[in-house]
Design a protein around this ligand. Structure first.
Ligand SMILES: [Zn+2]
Length: 162
């Protein structure tokens, strides 16, 4: 008789892989740096994740109701996912129901750049990051008091620092 020992593979194949945030590998992501970040799109393409690149640099739009930040109640500061610029405080966030994270005011005047956007047969105001000019979303005048503004922002281009 031969004793056979079964050494079954006990390791779970669904071992949790820790999320590696793209912006951590991004040398331009620095919340403490105030100077403008000017980097060519070809360079951004090699640094940013495809999702961030498509929205931030190509003015794309994430699918509505897909952002983890839309209903997030976490307290902290939302930064630009491209350069780390502080953009919105969590206490300026509200549930607009529009499908994207919404805020009624930015953290400061300088944090945001406003540009007219007449594409897609609409007259809108595009908002970009004041430091790296990443496309963030649009601002509309149907927000709550005190500003009456709704900053409708793609969650993909935000990071929450708690
Ligand atoms: Zn930025």
């Amino acid at each position: 008789m031969t004793l056979i020992s079964f050494s079954a593979c006990a390791q779970s194949p669904t071992k949790q892989k820790k999320d590696t945030l793209m912006e951590k590998k991004n040398p331009y992501y620095n919340p403490n740096r105030k100077e403008a970040v000017v980097v060519a799109d070809e360079v951004w393409k090699t640094i940013l994740s495809p999702e961030i690149y498509q929205i931030a640099r190509q003015k794309g739009t994430e699918r509505p109701f897909t952002s983890e930040f839309e209903h997030s109640k976490e307290v902290g500061t939302f930064h630009c996912a491209v350069c780390g610029n502080p953009l919105f405080k969590s206490n300026a966030k509200y549930e607009s129901g529009c499908g994207w994270p919404s805020f009624f005011e930015p953290i400061s005047k300088e944090s945001i750049i406003y540009l007219p956007d007449n594409t897609h047969g609409m007259v809108r105001t595009e908002v970009e990051c004041g430091k790296c000019k990443a496309h963030l979303g649009h601002v509309f005048e149907d927000g709550p008091k005190p500003t009456g503004l709704r900053y409708c922002i793609n969650g993909v281009v935000l990071t929450l620092e708690k």
